[in-house]
Design a protein around this ligand. Sequence first.
Ligand code: S3P
Length: 183
Amino acid sequence: MSLGETLPKNIVLVGFMGCGKSTIGRQLAKLLGYPLVDTDHLVEEKAGIPIARIFAERGEDWFRQLESAVLQELAAPGAPRRIISTGGGVVVRKANRSLLQRLGYVVWLQAPVATILERTGRNRDRPLLHTDDPKSRIESLLAEREPLYREASDLEVETAGLDAEELACGILESARYHFTGGH
Ligand code: S3P
C-alpha cells in the first residue's frame, strides 16, 4: 500500500486534552485525503451550543450522552472513511470503548503533564480544567483514564517534542501494517 492508498477503516484519535488530536488529525486527513471529523464539534452541532455552555447549563452527563450518540452515528453502516478526533473523556463510558474499536484503528496520543498543562492553559474552553489547581486535576483524570485509553486503543504514541507531520506518517505506517494483518 502506498501513502495515497486508502485504508479499510477509519483512523480514530483518542487521548487526553492537549495531546495533539486535532493537529495530528489534520495532518492525517491531509495525507490520506479523508475528511476529518471532531466529536466535540459534532456534539456542539447537536446541542446547538458550545461545550462550555453544555457543561454549565446541562451538566457533564448530558454532554456524555450526546458524545455517545455522535459515536454511534459515526459507526452507522455505510459511513464514509474518516479521520475521527475525539474528546478526551470519550473512553470513560464502556459502550464508547467498544464503539471506538468498531470504528477503526484507534491511536492513543500521549503527552507529559507539563505539556498538557501548557497547551490547555492557552484557552478557557475546557470546563473540566476550570479549577484552582488544574495540574492536580489533570493528574487525577489521567490516572483514572490511562487504563481506559489503553483498553480502547491499538497504538500508543508519545507526541511531545515531535513534529505533527512525522507523527502522522508514523501512525499511517502502523495503520497499514495493522490492516494488512501484520499485528
Ligand atoms: C473533555 C475533553 C474535551 C471535551 C470536553 C471534555 C474531557 O475535548 O470533550 O471538554 O473529558 O477530557 P478535548 O480533548 O478535545 O479538549
